[in-house]
Design a protein around this ligand. Structure first.
Ligand code: FE2
Ligand code: FE2
Length: 136
């Protein structure tokens, strides 16, 4: 069974956002499979970098889309994105410096944060945007 699987309840009602969230799930699955399979450090590093890059892209694009829908993301929503990216970067740095970071704990943290953020913050923000569109 996949490390993280998509469920209908994660949908925010905007196809391109759901697709980006699904892509994040598949990058998380790839990273977890690398870690479990004992892949060489170089492959793990590449999977981490790819994931971090895609998180950055997604957060920027999501904030842009919410703005275009007339419901600019709240300061708290943007703060959560920025906080998370800083956490990911810090974890990456700790790995580079050889600090005691269990990579499997890290990938679980990345998954749990993302699922919770989608369910609570993203769904809330996009339901507001969709409700606005319905009223137009
Ligand atoms: Fe978000
Ligand atoms: Fe999101």
């Amino acid at each position: 069974m996949a490390f993280v699987s998509w469920k209908d309840e994660y949908g925010v009602g905007v196809v391109s956002v759901d697709q980006q969230h699904q892509k994040l799930f598949s990058l998380l699955n790839a990273l977890e499979a690398h870690l479990h399979g004992g892949a060489p450090k170089m492959d793990v590093d590449r999977a981490v970098a790819e994931l971090e890059q895609y998180y950055r892209y997604h957060f920027t694009d999501e904030e842009r889309m919410l703005g275009m829908l007339g419901t600019a993301p709240s300061a708290d929503h943007r703060k959560q994105h920025a906080w998370f990216i800083a956490e990911v970067a810090k974890a990456g740095l700790d790995r580079v410096e050889g600090k005691d970071v269990n990579p499997l704990d890290l990938v679980e943290f990345l998954r749990d944060w993302l699922v919770n953020h989608i369910l609570v913050v993203d769904r809330g923000a996009f339901s507001e945007a969709n409700a606005r569109l319905d009223r137009l």
